[in-house]
Design a protein around this ligand. Sequence first.
Ligand SMILES: O=C(O)C(=O)Cc1ccc(O)cc1
Length: 433
Amino acid sequence: MAADVHHISLRVSNARRLIKDLVDKFQFSLFTERVEERAKQFAVRSGSAIFVVNERTAGEEGEVIQTGLCNNVSGVTSESNVTRNCSSGGCHHLYDFSDIDTPVDSVCNVAFEVEDVDSTLERVVRAGGRVLTDIKVTEDEQGSVTHAVVQSPIGNVVHTLLDKKLYKGLFLPGFEASNGASMIQEPTARLSHFDHVTYACPMGSSPPILEWYERCLGLKRFLVNRDESEDQGFIVQGTDVGMRLKAFEYWKCAKEGLSMTGSSSDVKPKVKFVIAEPLPGQGPNQVETFLEQHGSPGIQHIGLHTPDIVSSTRQLRAAHVQLLKPPDTYYSEIGKLSEIHQVGQSLTALKDNGVLLDAEADATDNDHWNNNQRYLMQVFTKPIFDEDTFFLEIIQRCGATGFGAGNITALWRSVQAYLDQREQQEKSKNKSS
Ligand SMILES: O=C(O)C(=O)Cc1ccc(O)cc1
């Protein structure tokens, strides 16, 4: 079963504000939208990364809105443990499912493009998955798109499954080109594609999640780096750090997996998924802060790939994007300078821009890259919504396919320092009021 991320949708209270930030600060372009009295949806893109921003409206939950676009033309084999709910909310935000309440702004749908929605849905049903919206066909003069929506095993996250083989239009039926939008993808897009989606999940929840993704969607586990144990996942633990990571992705075949990691641009890299769980006995930490403020497990951050992280980071800082800096000691850790020099990067450029570099981020033997030239570079933004929940990561992979322990720890510490500072500010605000 082929599955590739088509877009990721967010549900927010003020869509225009978020769109403005994504366009002005992150250089996404607004290319298509669907604005009706009861539904506002905007799509922005940078390279192949597409976000659909859906505006939450008061009284949205459970309402039935008919737009005339949702013709239910086919069903799939029904099983008693499957909830089928086609009418409620399904046409409100097209290609999404509006009935799962999100009390705060949230990223809640990773939409996959699949070969065949019917057979994918049958597989989901057979594996005990929950279908939220049965198969629907939407059409306009450019052709038709078949879609369905399934619930993921993670909080409010759903997956829309799309078959666009019979569609020639700009995006999806029901969406109109935005004013001034260009059909041609800007060649200079700085952020080229979604690299990974990281879920914050409760302690101990990863085994059934991995099983769900494998059985329902055919996504398979891969090791984050050489130090990961198959059983335990990759454990990041220190005095102030405590998290278990497990990762999975879609592998068409081993051959494609290998060529994906090379520099050739003819294969679109597949998006990776990471599950982050807190470890027992840790103090307050960012995964738990997410679970608390978000109200359920969900998408904690998304990694966006750039071909040039130093210039992307400079541009983002100039556009007033708040990026987290690693602890001061990061660049003077033993071996860091030689690691940076060995791969031909500049300490000053990385340090000035707060970019982290890790050459241990691999669990595979990948002969396309020289062993000591496989590395990745990363930087995190501060949370982008009002709550301390979702943030973005900018990442540049140079051959490395996983995540390195050194960077994960430094990224964790930079997020934690920010959250601790926020908590202190809140406390002193409450004292003085
Ligand atoms: O390094 C990455 O991008 C990861 O996805 C690992 C990670 C996961 C959760 C955190 O709170 C911090 C780092």
